[in-house]
Design a protein around this ligand. Structure first.
Ligand code: NDP
Length: 452
């Protein structure tokens, strides 16, 4: 029998090979390290997982598409962006994962997100594979007409790679209800098909699911609550720092407030706002969802309880809970040290990989409950899968039913991660629990389906 340390040596060699084969993709390397550094116990215990080629296949996307996206701005000037879709793994179902429109998007970023998505989707227990896509297009400051023309051009290539049984994109940074609408319209026009299940996050009058916009943020708060419950605590009366002010952040703040916590911050790339009275969600939604403005406008209009800190670190604000909900690597080692000094009890990731590896290590060493994104933010993709189920049955469920299903799924993910960590001698380590549990489900399906 192979020991854990011999297995880890093999996995370390594989990681070195991944770095050579995928140069200049640091985010993908980081995501691969995060998973492969926790798999030794399960690979050592179950020899079938050590089968040559299994993990090598898992880290290689099934398909990667890169395409030109030409479009005209309002002045008639031709712009050219780059589009991506990485179809990473379909052992459990059609590829599923969002589209990100942000200037930082490149192949390595999409591969990190697609790789994470495989394990996240497996953890939901639903029949969805892993994929991700997007573009280096920046929607900030663009008119509606420009965003529409961009989305139409993007879909004019993407349509040939997706389908309700093949690959089902959704939103992510820079892609919300408006963009999904334009993308769906162009898909329908090109294909002449009403194929509701080809995209999720649709509008509620035309195939969207109730609670899909809320699902990622709500789900993350439920996950944080479950971690606190394990420690004999609940959310009532806890102060929370939340980063971001987009889809995930807004509904994180909404659920925290509903469950009795006080969410005192939000942020965007210009800085953060701290509001001692708790974030006023109506005002934040008006500024972010209607006016598409910046967070300093919130502080200006809110009055004495709020102030805007340009370019600051939101993690400097003392709190019991931290819920990073903006982007990758936004919470580093120094931030983790500050949070620990200020007595943080739990960190739960609404964003994908927002906490650097060094910060995760520090938080876990200090005994802080740490919920990794692939478990804690899986509520969004879970409700996307419920949207697909409703589309397939040509029906729509009530908000109460979707929310109940979301709560059950989040409880089940928490239990699975918790129990798996205990089974592999890592009690309380949700990173190990999530990685191993997600891996087991995907690896079993891959082994059963042969070398493809
Ligand atoms: P949105 O575009 O709605 O909001 C993103 C927010 O994060 C904005 O406030 C944005 O500020 C801020 N932000 C983005 N990039 C940066 C950056 N480089 N530096 C500082 N701030 C930044 O995206 P979502 O809320 O949908 O996504 C947020 C995170 O959650 C992402 O990591 C995403 O992958 C993850 N996620 C989203 C899911 C979903 O259902 N939407 C599901 C699971 C995970 P600004 O406007 O100034 O750029």
């Amino acid at each position: 029998m192979t020991t854990r340390s011999e297995t880890q040596t093999t996995l370390d060699h594989l990681l070195t090979e991944i770095e050579h084969r995928n140069p200049a993709q640091p985010e993908f390397h980081q995501a691969a390290h995060e998973v492969l550094e926790t798999l030794a116990p399960v690979v050592a215990a179950r020899p079938e997982y050590a089968e040559p080629g299994l993990i090598e296949r898992l880290v290689e996307p099934e398909r990667q598409v890169i395409f030109r996206v030409p479009w005209q701005d309002d002045q008639g000037r031709v712009r050219v962006n780059r589009g991506f879709r990485v179809e990473f793994n379909s052992a459990l179902g059609p590829y599923k994962g969002g589209l990100r429109f942000h200037p930082s998007v490149n192949l390595g970023v999409i591969k990190f997100l697609g790789f994470e998505q495989i394990f996240k989707n497996a953890l939901t227990g639903l029949g969805i594979g892993g994929g991700k896509g997007g573009s280096d297009f920046d929607p900030h400051g663009r008119s509606d007409a420009e965003v529409m023309r961009f989305c139409q051009s993007f879909m004019t290539e993407l349509y040939r790679h997706i389908g309700e049984h093949t690959d089902v994109p959704a939103g992510d940074i820079g892609v919300g209800g408006r963009e999904i609408g334009y993308l769906f319209g162009q898909y329908r026009r090109i294909t002449n098909r009403w194929e509701a299940g080809v995209l999720t996050g649709k509008g509620q009058g035309w195939g969207g699911s109730l609670i899909r916009p809320e699902a990622t943020g709500y789900g993350n708060v439920l996950f944080a609550a479950a971690m606190l419950r394990e420690r004999g605590e609940d959310l009532e009366g806890q102060t929370a720092v939340v980063s971001g002010s987009g889809n995930v952040a807004i509904y994180t703040i909404e659920k925290l407030t509903a469950l009795g916590a006080n969410a005192v911050t939000c942020s965007d790339s210009s800085g953060y706002v701290v509001d001692e009275k708790g974030i006023d969600l109506d005002l934040l939604k008006q500024i972010k969802e209607v006016e598409r403005g910046r967070v300093d406008a919130y502080a200006e209009r809110r009055g004495a309880s709020a102030r805007f800190v340009p370019g600051g670190r939101v993690w400097d604000v003392p709190a019991d809970l931290a819920l990073p909900s903006a982007t990758q690597n936004e919470l580093d080692e120094n931030d983790a040290a500050t949070l620990i000094r200020n007595g943080v009890k739990a960190v739960s990731e609404g964003a994908n990989m927002p906490t650097t590896p060094e910060a995760v290590h520090l938080l876990q060493q200090a005994g802080v409950a740490f919920g990794p994104g692939k478990a804690a933010n899986a509520g969004g993709v879970a409700v996307s899968a419920l949207e697909m189920a409703q589309n397939h049955a040509r029906t729509s469920w009530t908000a109460a039913r979707v929310e109940e299903e979301l709560a059950d799924i989040m409880t089940s993910i928490h239990t699975t991660c918790h129990e798996t960590a205990e089974r592999y001698d890592a009690p309380g380590d949700y990173v190990t629990g999530a990685n191993i549990a997600g891996f087991e489900r995907v690896a079993d399906a891959m082994l059963a389906q042969g070398v493809i």
